[in-house]
Design a protein around this ligand. Structure first.
Ligand code: MN
Length: 293
C-alpha cells in the first residue's frame, strides 16, 4: 500500500497515476489528549487505518497525482535519525571535494570501514520535515547546500532493544528522503536541520511491498542531469544493524524516521533548480528549489 499526505492534510491511497482521497480512514485513529506520548498517531494505528482505507477506497474521490501537492508522509515523528557516511563511494569520492570536507569530514572518518559503527547515528530536528509539494527553500545564500538522496525507513512500533534478526519486523514502510546539507564546519545536527532540510516523499510504501530493502535502485538528478545513482545494497552498515544500534540507545516510537545514508555524487543545488529523486519499489518525486524569503 502506498499512502500519501496531500494538500491540506488529506490522506491518499496512491494507485498508479491517481490518488484516492481516503481521509475518512483517519477516523480509525483514537482521539488523544495532552500530554500524549511520543510518536505519530497515524503510524501507531496503521493497521486500523489501512483496513479502513481498503473499505472506502473503491468509492473514494479520485484525483490525478499531478494535481495534488504532496506533504511529508509522516507528520509527527519523535525523532529523525540519520547514518553518516554509510556508502563507501560517497566517502571515497565526495569526501575528496574540499567544498564537502571543510577540513573536518575526512579527518573524522579516515580509515573507517563502516563509519556509522564508530560515529553512531546523528539526529536532525523534526521541525526540518517537509514534503515534495512544499518545495525546498535554501538557507544562507553565501553557503553551499547539497542534496543527499537516501532510502528512508519509517519505524512502525515502539521498540527498545532489538536484534538484527528481528529488526525489520518493526519497520512500517519506506520512503525517499532528501537529507539536505549546508556545508561548513558546524555539527551535522546544525547544518542539516534547517527548515525543510529533511524532505520526505513521495509517500509511504508499506513494508510488505518491499521484499528486500537492500536491493533497490536509488537515484537523484538535478535539472535532468544524473547526480546520484546506486543500489541500496552498497550501504556499509545495513538497515537491520542501524535499527539495532538505534534501539540499543533510545526507544524507537511509531513514525520515527531513519535515514540510511547517501551514495556518491552529492552536489550543490541553487534557487531555480529542479530535483528529481526516485527509488525502485517506491516511486519518484520532484522538488523545486527556491531561495529563502
Ligand atoms: Mn545523509
Amino acid at each position: 500500500m502506498k499512502l500519501c499526505r496531500f494538500d491540506d492534510d488529506r490522506l491518499g491511497l496512491v494507485q498508479g497515476e491517481f490518488v484516492r482521497d481516503v481521509t475518512p480512514a483517519l477516523e480509525a485513529i483514537p482521539a488523544r489528549h495532552w500530554p500524549h506520548g511520543p510518536g505519530d498517531a497515524l503510524i501507531a494505528n496503521l493497521d486500523a487505518v489501512a483496513a479502513a482505507v481498503h473499505r472506502i477506497a473503491p468509492t473514494a474521490p479520485r484525483h490525478p497525482l499531478g494535481a495534488v501537492s504532496l506533504r511529508s508522509p509522516v507528520a509527527n515523528p519523535s525523532k529523525v535519525m540519520a547514518a553518516p557516511a554509510n556508502y563507501r563511494a560517497h566517502v571515497a569520492v565526495d569526501g575528496r571535494d574540499p567544498g564537502v570536507d571543510h577540513g573536518v569530514h575526512l579527518k573524522q572518518i579516515e580509515g573507517m570501514e563502516a563509519p556509522t559503527e564508530k560515529l553512531g547515528l546523528f539526529l536532525k530536528a523534526v521541525s526540518s520535515l517537509a514534503g515534495p509539494g512544499d518545495g525546498l527553500a535554501l538557507g544562507d545564500p553565501m553557503r553551499r547546500h547539497d542534496h543527499e538522496v537516501e532510502l528512508t525507513v519509517i519505524i512502525g512500533r515502539r521498540v527498545r532493544g532489538i536484534s538484527q534478526a528481528d529488526a525489520l519486523s518493526c519497520v512500517a514502510g519506506y520512503c525517499i528522503g532528501l537529507d539536505m546539507t549546508m556545508r561548513g564546519t558546524e555539527d551535522r545536527s546544525w547544518r542539516k536541520s534547517l527548515d525543510g532540510y529533511t524532505l520526505l516523499g513521495p509517500w509511504l510504501t508499506t513494508a510488505d511491498e518491499i521484499a528486500d530493502p537492500h536491493r533497490l535502485d536509488l537515484e537523484l538528478s538535478v535539472n535532468g542531469e544524473m547526480r546520484q545513482r546506486s543500489s541500496t545494497g552498497d550501504m556499509t552498515v545495513r538497515i537491520e544493524r542501524l535499527i539495532e544500534l538505534a534501539a540499543a540507545t533510545y526507544t524507537l516510537h511509531p513514525g520515527d524516521v531513519l535515514m540510511t545514508g547517501t551514495p556518491a555524487g552529492v552536489g550543490p543545488v541553487a534557487a531555480g533548480d529542479t530535483i528529481r529523486a526516485a527509488c525502485s519499489g517506491i516511486g519518484g518525486m520532484t522538488v523545486l528549489v527556491t531561495g529563502r524569503d
